[in-house]
Design a protein around this ligand. Structure first.
Ligand SMILES: NC(=O)C1=CN([C@@H]2O[C@H](COP(=O)(O)OP(=O)(O)OC[C@H]3O[C@@H](n4cnc5c(N)ncnc54)[C@H](OP(=O)(O)O)[C@@H]3O)[C@@H](O)[C@H]2O)[C@@H](O)CC1
Ligand SMILES: Nc1ncnc2c1ncn2[C@@H]1O[C@H](COP(=O)(O)OP(=O)(O)O)[C@@H](O)[C@H]1O
Ligand SMILES: [K+]
Length: 489
């Protein structure tokens, strides 16, 4: 997994990288700009669209200048909007690229810019080198860039956004942010959603020795990390190897949550799924999911199960005794979601009974009830880290970029998923998936990482044809495709 470095570390990395690999920052700039242009070409923006590139004096501007040169090779008409005073204010790499601009590119003073009606604006004004509060001249530039009505694409970070903290005030509102190597931390904070737009992270060869030497507790989970986290099964595997799991949840009027959870666990690969609910509701499960078994009343032999997921649609009335009894009897890691979390929040004495390395999957509301209130997401992430370390639990804080806090203090930011997954029941599907992996004998960390990643990826696959019509069942239906696309048997 890629580490997420701070803005200051990126600078340090730059210097170290040059020392250790002999690769110049100019080469890195060219590589980043080429990666940007490859992404740009994949979007198939009309060749008729004029491309305006707002260029600052630092290396973010340097990226913009290199991108300008590369785009003209593909016949785009490119205009540079100079957001720096004079060439002697340019960083050396930006100056190099400024001097390499082909004659076909018009360079406009920012003040002379007539805001076009449409087209594309590439924002290469300010990147991770932003220091302190924006100066008045920069504020004016950003305000004007935000008047543009066409597609806005920010290079590395939206200009005006600090890389590692909560920013307010004037910031470019991008439709896309194309960040290099890893997302800067501020890009994944919900407070910045309106500036970042769609986040794309492109690989560049920044990594290696210099990168290894820098410390961060934040990591980024991507496609290529996933296969190594999976267990493999052989041709003698039988359903017992695929895990016997128990899902405890559902209540009158909320049986759908348990059904989604069960279907999702089966599609993830579970060998045997048993649903535990009130006896009045058992026919619903048996009809909706013929592959699952039903149990009710007490849980007579919890040790039979390889793992357990508790909470979807469960309600909180009259559940504490069963939960306490179960936590006293069952010693293997489990998954706790929804009302299971609400019960823990109301009965903090139960928290020490939760088996170590269990996976708790709150959304922000459940998190606030269980762990506490935070004034912003960075503070919330710090609370999550403490909670996971202090209780030796894995805390999956769900959202647009779900963050998995591990007991050793690492925090893993998920890259998969999209806005179309914001629909009732998607969380229940996630609970089924993580419980399923635990049941298959995955290390709890891997179960959480695989569950969260495949869940988001299934949502992405389903939303290709469904967009805002996506429902939680569509996520389940796309789980098989995640295995096929990642080549997991
Ligand atoms: N290293 C890497 O891994 C790679 C880095 N790459 C790229 O380099 C970027 C970082 O470049 P960087 O460090 O040159 O800084 P950058 O974001 O251009 O900002 C400096 C400019 O901002 C200005 N400025 C600052 N504060 C300000 C304020 N408060 N208000 C107003 N202005 C302010 C400052 O002006 P000055 O203060 O110097 O007058 C200067 O002009 C990074 O985001 C990525 O795009 C890629 O090429 C490939 C790999
Ligand atoms: N905008 C989004 N981008 C990516 N994933 C999202 C987004 N909104 C929701 N999700 C995912 O959908 C799931 C929603 O879970 P939850 O809030 O518990 O829903 P429910 O209670 O309806 O089941 C989480 O896994 C979350 O990460
Ligand atoms: K930028």
């Amino acid at each position: 997994m890629q580490k997420i470095l701070s803005g200051i570390q990126v600078k340090e990395l730059d210097a170290q990288h040059l020392k250790l690999s002999g690769k110049s920052s100019l080469e890195l700039m060219e590589e980043a700009s080429k990666a940007f242009v490859s992404w740009f070409l994949e979007q198939e923006f009309s060749i008729e669209s004029p491309v305006q590139i707002a260029v600052g004096g630092g290396n973010n501007g340097g990226d913009g200048l290199a991108i300008a040169r590369l785009l003209t090779e593909y016949s785009y008409s490119v205009f540079i909007l100079k957001c720096f005073d004079s060439a002697d204010k340019l960083s050396s790499d930006a100056l190099f690229n400024f001097n390499k601009l082909p004659d076909s590119i018009q360079v406009l003073e920012f003040v002379d810019w007539d805001l076009p009606e449409n087209g594309i604006l590439i924002d290469a004004f300010l990147g991770v080198g932003l220091k302190g509060d924006l100066r008045p001249d920069a504020i004016k530039i950003i305000q004007r860039l935000n008047e543009f009505v066409g597609t806005v694409i920010s290079v590395d970070v939206p200009s005006g956004l600090a890389s590692d903290e909560i920013s307010r005030g004037d910031i470019v509102k991008a439709d896309f942010t194309i960040s290099f190597a890893f997302p800067k931390l501020s890009l994944i904070l919900p407070e910045h959603a309106e500036f970042v737009g769609e986040l794309v992270v492109l690989k560049i060869g920044l990594l290696g020795e210099a990168y290894e030497g820098l410390h961060s507790s934040f990591y980024y989970l991507e496609n290529h990390d996933i296969p190594a986290l999976h267990k493999t099964f052989n041709r003698f595997s039988y359903k017992g190897d695929m895990g016997k799991i128990l899902l405890v949840g559902g209540s009158p009027g909320k049986m759908g949550a348990l059904i989604l959870c069960a279907k999702s666990a089966l599609r993830t690969g579970s060998g045997l799924v048993t649903c535990h609910m009130e006896d009045s509701e058992r026919f619903i499960v048996q009809t909706a999911v013929p592959e699952a078994m039903a149990s009710w009343g007490l849980i007579p032999n919890p040790e039979f199960y390889d793992s357990v997921g508790i909470g979807p649609g469960w309600g909180t009335e009259n559940r504490v005794r069963l939960l306490k009894q179960f936590l006293q009897d069952f010693k293997k890691p489990i998954v706790i979601d929804a009302d299971g979390l609400n019960l823990l929040a109301r009965n903090p004495d139960l928290l020490p009974l939760v088996p170590k390395n269990s996976v708790l999957t709150p959304h922000i509301g459940e998190f606030t009830r269980l762990v506490g209130k935070a004034t912003n997401h960075l503070e919330r992430l710090e609370l999550a880290k403490r909670f996971a370390m202090d209780n030796e639990l894995i805390l999956v804080l769900k959202g647009a970029n779900t963050v998995i806090s591990l007991p050793d203090g690492r925090q893993v930011v998920n890259s998969s998923g999209n806005k179309y997954m914001a629909t009732g029941g998607s969380g229940d599907v996630l609970t089924g998936m993580i419980t399923s992996y635990l049941g298959m004998g995955y290390a709890p960390e891997n179960a959480a990482l695989c569950g969260v990643f495949h869940h988001g990826m299934a949502g992405e696959i389903a939303s290709k044809s469904k967009r805002r019509s996506l429902i939680a069942s569509d996520i389940i239906a796309s789980i098989p495709d995640t295995y096929i696309q990642l080549d997991i048997s």
